[in-house]
Design a protein around this ligand. Structure first.
Ligand SMILES: Nc1ncnc2c1ncn2[C@@H]1O[C@H](COP(=O)(O)OP(=O)(O)OP(=O)(O)O)[C@@H](O)[C@H]1O
Ligand SMILES: [Mg+2]
Length: 403
């Protein structure tokens, strides 16, 4: 047995001597551009072919890229367009890529802000408020059309933009092209919302998706290759025990083949190993990482809920301590008690049922309707959360209701 002092000494020494599994921890962050992009050759080639006309000053088709989260859409699109920019420059053609992530409220909250952000990307300062939207378009349009050039406009997570502002904006952007005299504009829309195109106005849909690229989820073997590529950069040789990569890949493949999830698992595993002053990532670290990521996800979701939903969660947690099968009728009683304790307005039973259904959608609880014979039907709630998540949630809710 080591004394606490010896233990700490070992941690400090290892840290100072640089004993860590990491060689380059940046390689596992989301902003890192990997050196290799395994299993996306076909997408890279397809996108390259669609964009190639820009190298001759012709207009590439507008393109719509879709597929589930973590399938490499952003990575591949940014990679291909930035290579295009470089090759074009070497060939004496001007290609400018403007990338905006529409999910970031700061840059794409409204149509106005999006255009202002895009103008800024090409070096034109537009005040972030105050002008009529028409005029912002005009400024952007003139800046674009000042010279012969290809502008490739990437609107990532485009569904969030349309959700907030309607699809008029896409119409305006795709239409802009027919008015340009010198420049040519291509719009690339990216989304992980698979039903997004169906909800668009057909007119907008047909102009936005002249071409479409679908990214399918990775399988476990493909995820392994992605993880191996990253590990070589990120970790010291022999820093990863056999089976670790396979396990991270398998867990992520179970969810839906999300490379981000796989990389997160590996990164958190490595951080846990490092925190334990160990120089090898083992299978136990992956288990712990999985648990930690789950906890963080549930805690973040609950944190982001409105106060009333938090009261419903509190009520469910209170009941779950007493009985295994929580039914919605009981939740309403327990919810009223929570509201009284914290001075909250009591919503109707119907509203509370809606909130419960919402929590089910978020995956925090699981509800099932069962028949009670002649007593009608009732909804049974189960919590599929581990004890440690429940503990974390209780602490969180204590803080929420105290503050
Ligand atoms: N084939 C691949 N090779 C190496 N890394 C990859 C590959 N595919 C994805 N990644 C990495 O996985 C993470 C997620 O990829 P990306 O951001 O491109 O996903 P996405 O499809 O845009 O997801 P979302 O819809 O959530 O935005 C990134 O860190 C990316 O670098
Ligand atoms: Mg993306």
């Amino acid at each position: 047995m080591m004394t606490p002092q010896q233990q700490l000494q070992q941690i400090f020494t290892r840290f100072v001597e640089g004993q860590t599994v990491f060689k380059d921890r940046g390689a596992l962050t989301m902003t890192f551009t990997p050196v290799t992009i395994p299993h996306r050759d076909d997408k890279i080639a397809a996108l390259g072919r669609i964009m190639a006309p820009a190298l001759k000053g012709e207009r590439p088709s507008n393109l719509f890229v879709y597929g589930k989260t973590g399938t490499g859409k952003t990575l591949v699109t940014r990679f291909v367009t930035s290579e295009l920019e470089k090759v074009a420059a070497a060939n004496g053609h001007k290609v400018q890529v403007i990338y905006t992530n529409c999910k970031l409220k700061k840059s794409a909250d409204t149509e106005y802000r999006l255009i202002a952000t895009m103008a800024k990307e090409i070096g034109i300062e537009v005040p972030f408020t105050g002008l009529p939207t028409d005029q912002v378009y005009r400024i952007f349009f003139d800046a674009v059309d000042k010279q012969p050039q290809n502008i490739i406009l990437i609107a990532d997570e485009i569904d969030t933009l349309v959700e907030r502002n309607g699809d008029e904006i896409l119409y305006n952007l795709t239409r802009m092209n027919s008015e340009l005299k010198n420049a040519k504009l291509t719009v690339i829309g990216i989304t992980n919302d698979l039903s997004f195109l169906d909800r668009l106005d057909p007119r907008v849909r047909s102009s936005l998706s002249e071409e479409e690229l679908i990214f399918l989820p990775y399988n476990a073997l493909q995820l392994q290759d992605i993880l191996r590529g990253r590990s070589e950069v990120a970790f010291i040789p022999a820093g990863v025990e056999p089976g670790v990569i396979e396990k991270c890949a398998a867990l992520a493949a179970q969810e839906h083949g999300d490379a981000r999830r796989a990389l997160d698992l590996l990164r958190v595993s490595a951080e846990l190993a490092e925190r334990g002053a160990e120089t090898k990532i083992g299978l136990a670290h992956v288990d712990a990482a999985q648990e930690k990521i789950d906890i963080d996800r549930v805690v973040e979701t609950v944190k982001a809920q409105p106060r009333q939903s938090q009261a419903v969660i509190q009520a469910i947690l209170n009941l779950a301590k007493k009985t295994k099968e929580v039914d919605t009728g009981n939740v309403f009683d327990a919810y009223q008690i929570v509201c009284q304790a914290h001075g909250l307005k009591v919503l109707t039973q119907r509203r509370v049922s809606d909130l419960i259904a919402e929590l089910d959608l978020f995956g925090i609880i699981h509800t099932k309707v069962i028949s009670k014979g002649r007593y009608g039907r009732t909804r049974i709630i189960t919590l599929n959360l581990s004890d440690s998540i429940i503990n974390k949630l209780e602490t969180l809710l204590l803080q929420v209701f105290a503050g």
